[in-house]
Design a protein around this ligand. Structure first.
Ligand code: SER
Length: 882
């Protein structure tokens, strides 16, 4: 039975039992506690917890899953994979053990036709209810019913979350799969008793303290490994020899030229390449990008391991994209997202493999040297400094070094490595302090926070506000007042000044007291929740406890607001034009322009840029309303507000919506309607790293100024070219054409001039060498170097000379040419040698062909001498020859 059939029959079995068929969710879970989707129940977590009500109480899915906890075992066992498909049926407070257990048994034994004698069932030690159902309702004999502890039969999704006792259905693959240990039985780590299906009786919630609380209702969550079931049904000795996986495995074998089955080590590598290829294809398809953090790092690690095992198999070229292609071909029908994103997946995997190949080359060379050095001294432990150098300088991942060491029977000096890493962290801390964050300064900020609480930002509603001066800090110390010319930080109880955050620069403006004015140069957050105004006292005095008027430079703020809302619109437009993978990676919003960084794998074409610009301006002209409101993080995420990945959010967040088109978590200041933006122009697009692009744009008066500058440029050009602006393209074509014509006319004229020089006007020195060979030399004025050759050639034939030498001064340097007739090169003379000798006199050298060489030097006073030496050299050579 094909994997596709098994999948279909499973989903059909449960649909016939009133289960709603739900699509696999993305590998990027909608759950901040989880990096990747690792089980079918992930998308249903809120239903289990009771925080959301589903429209249905029974569901069935085939879920794509990534699990890397057992990554080291992949390829070494028959059953471990990092990517797999999990079939599941779920009950949200609907049915429970009495239905789930018999259905599981029926599907496997009747629909799939598995031999019931070979099926074993395990239950949680204390779960008599499940034990009795297996024994009495299903009729499994007690010798194949096993009670196991929490380690095996209590399932949880992590330290917190829904959990419960579980029961597994296992398949006895036979003694030949076993470890041979006399104690080998269900629960053993070997391949004999294969866990096919896990039925979880989800009835608790584990909190942060580790305590179990009953869930609002009792639920069912089951997971049946598709690849495992396929291996049993297809009689495949392992997951890798099932129908779908075998094709991927063969692609690896084909690319490497290494047959599957030809060696234990190479089989392991083939399996690792096959497994990881599937995982990386699916991850990138769902929008995961390689990085050094979180799920990006899981992906990076999988790519790196696959590449390294490819190299172990002898593949030297970039090959993973070919594997990815195979995976897409095989699984693209069941998972259309693979086909939709195939170009993107290919580009990401390609560039990641290339980058890693580079790292691998330099790291391996270094490691091999260190290892052979170590072995020659009989050592077994790779020193910490070697590991650190590999990690810190060569970018070699630690676990790779660990793996390579293990393969060579060596260990790492982990402690030494840890000490060096800590040292590096310490240095980084010290550098931060040097940059101005001295600890005592930080202390004063926390003191202000302790005394007065967080600053209240009133700038969403107003640009001018009355406030009390809470504290003034000068050079890291609290002071009572500040005098003219002093630069201080001022803290207010409430302020309309926006502190730099989330890519938006801080406000500037003034703080006026009854007795003085401070100019606010910058506003920032020295600590979370605290707004600091860095001020210069313009005149008078600012004192603590007095009431001041805090006024933001409103025009500047308006320019910032326009640019900020424009980044949201550009973000939306980019996704319309390029696809959903174009996600914000960073941004900078100031009054002058906006900069938006996003993920994409290649430069944008002119057409794409034009479309992004056009779409954005349409939304500006439609004058859409922009709304902002505060809500819970969970609600914001549930309505698909875009959050920056990796950003830590509080429980309550601010959501900014541009009508229906964009909804982002954002603390920035925005326009009320998009029409205020006026106009948006993209001024540049560039690459800023692997798969990362940057767009710069102007809005409002900035955009107007941009177009105005361009218009002025056009007017200038039109004036210079004496044409109207709209006739410029035509005019420029004509000018270019004329330049071409003139250039070729000039060339022709140069040649003609050279020809006329042959006949007259040149003061040739003539002499004769043995055999009647005529030697002509001359120093002429101001001939271009390229004309020298022309002149020498014409002189050779036109004046029947055997040797011609001409020197000229051009560009402040002596240029010279030596030309020989063909017969003389046959007689053993070499123009290059002659030129070199003469060139040395000129303080330089020369080169060329045996019959024509050019050269020169900076010494223009010795040209006659150089020509004479050349002639002498010819005579001597020909005499000797005669
Ligand atoms: N959540 C359980 C597992 O992952 C059953 O789906 O094994």
């Amino acid at each position: 039975m094909k994997s596709d059939d098994i999948r279909a029959r499973f989903l059909d079995y449960f649909q016939r039992r009133d289960h709603r068929l739900v699509m696999s969710s993305s590998l990027i879970p909608d759950d901040p506690t989880l990096l990747v989707t690792n089980a079918g129940m992930v998308q249903f977590k809120p239903y289990f917890l009771g925080s959301e009500k589903p429209e249905f109480t029974r569901a069935t899915t085939c879920q794509k899953c990534v699990r890397t906890t057992d990554i080291e075992k992949v390829g070494h066992t028959a059953r471990h994979l990092t990517f797999f498909e999990m079939l599941g049926n779920f009950s949200f407070g609907d049915y429970y053990k009495r239905e789930a257990i018999p259905w599981g048994w029926e599907f496997l034994t009747v629909d799939m036709g598995l031999d019931r004698e070979r099926l074993y069932c395990s239950v949680f030690t204390e779960d008599d209810e499940a034990y009795d159902i297996w024994k009495d309702v299903v009729g499994v004999p007690e010798e194949r019913l096993v009670r196991l502890g929490a380690e095996d039969n209590f399932w949880d999704m992590g330290t917190t979350g829904p959990c419960g006792p579980c029961s597994e259905i296992l398949y006895d693959q036979g003694e030949e799969y076993g470890c041979g240990d006399p104690g080998c039985r269900v629960g053993c780590d070997c391949d004999r008793y294969l866990e096919l299906w896990n039925l979880v009786f989800m009835q608790y919630h584990r909190d942060e303290k580790g305590e179990l609380h009953p869930l609002p209702s009792k639920n069912i969550d089951t997971g049946l490994g598709l690849e495992r079931l396929a291996s049993v049904l297809q009689g495949a000795p392992n997951n890798f020899e099932t129908d779908t996986m075998a094709e991927v495995l063969h692609a690896a074998s084909h690319l490497s030229g290494v047959d599957y089955g030809s060696g234990e080590e190479s089989d392991i590598s083939l399996k690792i390449v096959a497994d990881h290829s599937r995982a990386v294809t699916f991850m990138v398809a769902d929008g995961v990008l390689p990085s050094n953090e979180d799920r990006g790092y899981i992906l990076r690690r999988l790519v790196r391991r696959a590449v390294r095992h490819g190299r172990l198999l002898g593949i030297t070229d970039v090959f993973l994209p070919r594997m990815v292609e195979t995976v897409i071909e095989i699984m693209g029908d069941a998972y259309p997202e693979l086909k939709q994103n195939s170009a993107f997946i290919d580009a990401i995997i390609h560039s990641e493999e290339e980058r890693f190949s580079q790292t691998l080359r330099s790291g391996l060379v270094y490691l091999e040297e260190a290892v052979s050095d170590l072995k020659s001294r009989g050592g077994k432990v790779i020193p910490g400094d070697v590991v650190f150098h590999l990690h810190d300088t060569l970018g070699f991942p630690l676990e790779l070094t660990r793996e390579l060491a293990r393969e060579r029977g060596l260990e790492l000096e982990e402690e030494g490595f840890a000490v060096l890493m800590e040292g590096q962290r310490e240095r980084a801390r010290a550098a931060r302090i040097e940059e101005g964050y001295a600890p005592q300064v930080l202390e004063i900020y926390s003191e202000i926070l302790d005394n007065y609480g967080e600053s209240r930002f009133t700038g969403y509603e107003t640009v001018s506000d009355k406030a009390a001066v809470l504290a003034i800090v000068n050079g890291g110390h609290a002071v009572a007042s500040a005098a003219p010319g002093e630069e201080v930080e001022v803290f207010l109880d409430r302020t309309p000044f926006y502190g730099e955050m989330g890519g938006q620069v801080g406000d500037t403006g003034t703080i006026s007291s009854p007795a003085g004015v401070a100019e606010v140069i910058e506003t920032f957050h020295p600590a979370r929740g605290l707004i600091s105004h860095r001020c210069r006292i313009a005149h008078g005095e600012i004192k603590i406890s007095e009431t001041v008027e805090a006024s933001v430079d409103a025009e500047r703020r308006n320019a910032i607001r326009r640019n900020h809302t424009a980044t949201h619109i550009v973000h939306w437009a980019l996704r319309q034009v390029l696809g959903d993978h174009a996600k914000q990676a960073g941004s900078l919003v100031d009054p002058g322009r906006l900069r938006f960084d996003f993920t994409h794998f290649q430069p944008l074409s002119r057409d794409e840029l034009a479309r992004v610009e056009e779409l954005s301006n349409r939304k500006v002209i439609e004058d859409l309303p922009v709304r902002a409101y505060v809500t819970t993080y969970d609600y914001a995420i549930s309505i698909n507000a875009v959050a920056l990945f990796g950003e830590k959010y509080e429980d309550y967040v601010r959501v900014v919506e541009v009508d229906e088109i964009s909804r982002e978590l954002c603390g920035g200041t925005h326009v009320g309607r998009t029409g205020e933006i006026g106009l948006l122009v993209i001024a540049g697009e560039s690459g800023i790293g692997a798969n990362m692009r940057r767009i710069e744009a102007f809005t409002g008066m900035g955009a107007y100024a941009y177009f105005h500058r361009r218009q002025e440029m056009l007017n200038d050009m039109a004036e210079k070219l004496k044409a109207e602006v709209n006739r410029l393209p035509d005019r420029i074509d004509r000018v270019l054409q004329r330049v071409k014509e003139l250039e070729s006319a000039m060339k022709k004229r140069g040649r003609e001039e050279a020809a006329s020089l042959v006949d007259g006007g040149i003061d040739w020195k003539e002499s004769e060498a043995a055999g009647g060979v005529k030697i002509l030399t001359a120093a002429v004025d101001g001939l271009a170097a390229q004309d020298l050759r022309e002149l020498a050639e014409r002189t050779l034939t036109g004046r029947a000379a055997g040797v011609v030498g001409i020197a000229t001064i051009h560009g402040g340097k002596a240029n010279m040419v030596v030309a020989l007739s063909k017969e003389l090169t046959g007689a053993g003379l070499d123009a290059v040698e002659l030129m070199r000798k003469a060139g040395r006199l000129l303080g330089g050298g020369g080169g060329g062909r045996p019959d024509m060489a050019v050269g020169g030097g900076s010494d223009t006073s010795r040209m006659d001498e150089a020509l004479a030496v050349m002639a002498e050299e010819v005579k001597r050579a020909l005499e000797g020859h005669a």
